[in-house]
Design a protein around this ligand. Structure first.
Ligand code: BTN
Length: 149
């Protein structure tokens, strides 16, 4: 028991230090995705509600692309452990469409933050008969455009 005490102490300290040094994934800042779209999450309040702007690199329309606002929410539950789940909506300012994204903010094996997301893009159609073709689905992976450190 006497010999085990220092060992347990070292183990406890090592595990504690590891826990403290675990980098957390933060959503605020500027991100770029695999399509070349940029988004900036500007504000995050204490409830996890956030705002920002999205500049898409692509569009399903023939309209000129414009900067569009986004609003979202980060999960605040006790089990998020620095890699939170989140969702946000982009209300496109140059088309009649809406996109909802859902995803998780991860810290990869190299300490790099990455957002793995899925999205639904809802386009407006003229009548209910065309509803079947109004929703697109896909995935996007975001990495930080510039380091916030
Ligand atoms: C539209 O075409 O009506 C609005 C632009 C939609 C852009 C989509 S949203 C999902 C995907 N990810 C992006 O970064 N851009 C496209």
């Amino acid at each position: 028991m006497v010999q085990a005490t220092p060992f347990l102490l070292v183990l406890f300290l090592a595990l504690g230090a590891h826990g403290l040094s675990q980098k957390k994934c933060s959503l605020t800042g500027t991100w770029v995705n695999d399509l070349g779209s940029n988004m900036t999450i500007t504000t995050m309040n204490g409830n996890g509600d956030f705002n920002g702007f999205y500049h898409t690199a692509v569009t399903a329309t023939s309209n000129e692309i414009k900067l569009s606002p986004l609003q979202g929410s980060r999960q605040k539950g006790p089990n998020q452990k620095g890699q939170p789940t989140f969702g946000f909506t982009v209300n496109w300012s140059f088309s009649d469409s809406i996109t909802v994204f859902t995803g998780q903010c991860f810290v990869d094996d190299y300490g790099k933050e990455v957002l793995k997301t899925m999205w639904l893009l809802r386009s407006r159609v003229e009548n209910i008969k065309n509803d079947w073709k109004a929703t697109r689905v896909g995935t996007n992976v975001f990495t930080r455009l510039q380091s916030q450190e």
